[in-house]
Write a new protein. Structure first.
Length: 184
């Protein structure tokens, strides 16, 4: 048994925490089994309370000892409620602290992004009147007066009369369309 080695292999899908459940004599630990994380936090809480006892002491030694053990056990129990993930708690804390000190908008080319303050865009748009199939004389009567800021409108192209002679086709597609119109 002296040359026996223990190897533990864990995959990413399963993690089995190392548990502490028994004392050296084989008796069960009250409230156990505990994970190594729980034992570590409980031990730190116990040592911290014993070292700072002069700051919070009630004056009664037994009551102080009961409070110390109760608070350390409470910290151990609360740490056991934290869900086990693949992420190290120390690295998660360091990442949270680092995120607090980074610029809100991020960085671009190693400089913090500074966004311009919001401002109101002022302007106006004027649309020309819609083009209809009516003669030009009616358009001039119905058209509102153009503001002086706009340049003069170009003369409109004459509207093709559907009854007029078809113009000469230029492309093959236009020739096919004219043939289809003439056969109907």
């Amino acid at each position: 048994m002296a040359n026996e080695e223990i190897a533990r292999f864990y995959t990413r899908s399963r993690r089995f925490p190392k548990m502490i459940g028994r004392m050296t004599d084989g008796s069960r630990i009250p409230g156990g089994p505990y994970t190594l994380t729980q034992v570590g936090f409980g031990g730190v809480a116990l040592m911290g309370l014993l070292m700072t006892r002069t700051l919070w002491s009630t004056g009664a030694t037994l009551l102080d000892l009961a409070i110390t053990v109760g608070v350390a056990w409470g910290v151990t129990w609360l740490v056991g409620l934290i869900p086990m993930t693949r992420r190290n708690l120390v690295l998660a804390f360091v990442g949270a602290v680092a995120a607090m000190f980074k610029p809100h908008g991020g960085r671009y080319q190693a400089r913090p992004i500074r966004l311009a303050r919001p401002h109101q865009a002022i302007g106006s748009t004027q649309m020309p009147p819609p083009v209809t199939d009516t003669p030009d004389a009616e358009l001039e009567d119905a058209a509102p007066a153009q503001p002086a800021a706009l340049p003069e409108r170009r003369p409109q192209r004459p509207v093709a009369n559907p009854a007029a002679e078809p113009r000469a086709a230029v492309s093959a597609v236009e020739r096919l369309l004219q043939q289809a119109k003439n056969t109907n």
